[in-house]
Design a protein around this ligand. Structure first.
Ligand code: SAJ
Length: 417
């Protein structure tokens, strides 16, 4: 035993955020129980292995499991603190789907005891943390909760959103400042005490509703700024101007910093979270909604231009380089590269060779098209008349002008300028 306030932490959801968080806390000497509904994930982690690609995560998880500080299970176990890191997707009509968060909160109710701390890290619409207090209060009438008992509550509850960038998770988990929103002041203070074990950044205390909105705001801000760059790229296409040169020059202005246009916005956060603000305040969010439309419309604009070029050629072979939603990761979620490749498979009437160095085979969504094949980079380039760069992986940046000579190029990321 140490004199730490929290000895045992139960992390619910062992995905891109939960597993690194569990491993980092275990590496700081805490006993960590990781919980996941997928038995295959649980078995793999208990062997010291990982199911996601993230630099150095495999080493950290292996060390934590071997030293007995981290174990995985399918049900929550009693702990001093619970961290919920499950997905919050949206439904087809852009409404937040809180079913995973609610299930996770309810799953810990049976093992909850006086003095425990519950932290929701999952990105949530404003008001979710208050709702979580209500769900727990309804199942555990023997305990008091902070939405009614405030600082005197038996159990403390907070929202502290994850803000780590895929590809840099282990660095950002420790170094980023952390926004901590307590349902009461004591909830926030206790949550900061827990994170300070591992976090070197500042712990910034606020209330739960503000913390919920701050997280959504960060991703909506980025989405709106990427939409500006994407809209500018369409303007430049219409006017025959090189968008990359125009942005580079504009960014020499001391107060201008335009982001990069691309094939659209992918990933499980930036394409999703702005909708949670729109859903909460539909009459006050025309800009956020418009940004979503611009970014969601970008893949279709690119497909139209590629199809127009393909029509000029007899049976043109197309090489699509990259499926991941951004550089040097294996994550295909909400990836515009997938949407573009699938749209070409449906309409181009020609062979499409897909190169994605971070996965081992074509995802089923593309494998069902006979004309789509998974290919190595050299042969895809050799045989293609049209080359479409969709993800700016390192391997593609190294392609030389010689390898592209005589081909029609669609460089959606501006890496071959
Ligand atoms: N993108 C562009 N142009 C740019 C920057 C990005 O087209 O100039 C595209 C990327 O290619 C990608 C998408 O946007 O398709 C999102 O990529 P990203 O690197 O901007 O962000 P994510 O989704 O990987 O991670 C974001 C981060 N949020 C912010 O930077 C505000 C991260 O800090 C959050 O923790 C994460 O969302 C999350 O989990 O919410």
């Amino acid at each position: 035993m140490t004199d730490r306030e929290f000895e045992t932490v139960c992390v619910i959801g062992l995905g891109y955020v939960g597993l690194p968080t569990a491993a980092v806390l275990a590496s700081r000497g805490m006993h960590v129980v990781g919980v996941d509904i997928d038995p295959t994930t649980v078995a793999l982690i208990n062997k010291g292995k990982v199911h996601i690609v993230e630099p150095d995560l495999d080493i950290l998880v292996n060390g934590a499991v071997v030293t007995g500080k981290l174990k995985a299970t399918i049900k929550p176990e009693p702990a001093d603190a619970f961290i919920i890191a499950v997905p919050t997707p949206f439904t087809t009509d852009h409404k937040p789907d809180l079913s995973f968060v609610e299930a996770a909160v309810r799953s810990l109710a049976p093992v909850l005891k006086k003095g425990d701390l519950v932290i929701i890290e999952s990105t949530c619409p404003v008001g979710t943390t208050d709702s979580a207090c209500g769900w727990l209060a309804a199942t555990r009438p023997d305990l008091t909760f902070p939405h009614t008992a405030h600082d005197a509550a038996d159990v403390n509850i907070s929202h502290s959103p994850e803000r780590v960038l895929p590809g840099k998770v282990l660095i950002e988990l420790v170094r980023n400042d952390r926004v901590i929103g307590g349902v009461s002041q004591r909830c926030a203070e206790r949550t900061a005490n827990l994170y300070r074990v591992a976090v070197e950044g500042k712990c910034l205390l606020t209330n739960a509703r503000t913390a919920e909105l701050v997280k959504l705001t960060e991703n909506a801000y980025r989405d709106v700024n990427i939409a500006f760059a994407n809209e500018l790229s369409l303007v430049c296409d219409d006017l025959g101007i090189d968008v990359w040169e125009a942005i580079e020059l504009a960014n020499h202005h001391p107060r201008v910093n335009i982001l990069s246009p691309g094939p659209g916005v992918g990933g499980h956060c930036i394409a999703v979270d702005p909708w949670f603000i729109v859903d909460s305040a539909p009459d006050s969010t025309p800009l956020i909604r418009a940004a979503r439309a611009v970014n969601d419309g970008k893949p279709g604009k690119i497909v139209a231009r590629i199809l127009a070029a393909a029509q000029q050629l007899d049976h043109p072979a197309i090489a699509c380089l990259g499926l991941a939603y951004k550089a040097d990761i294996d994550d295909l979620r909400e990836s515009p590269a997938m949407d573009i490749t699938e749209a070409l498979a449906k309409s181009a009437g020609t062979t499409i060779r897909v190169v994605e160095p971070h996965i081992k085979q074509l995802p089923t969504r593309l494998a069902k098209y006979d004309q789509v094949t998974f290919c190595d980079l050299a042969s895809a380039l050799e045989q293609a008349q049209i080359v479409v760069l969709l993800t700016d992986h390192q391997a593609f940046r190294a392609i030389t002008p010689d390898q592209l000579a005589g081909k029609k190029i669609f460089d959606t990321r501006g890496v071959w300028r």
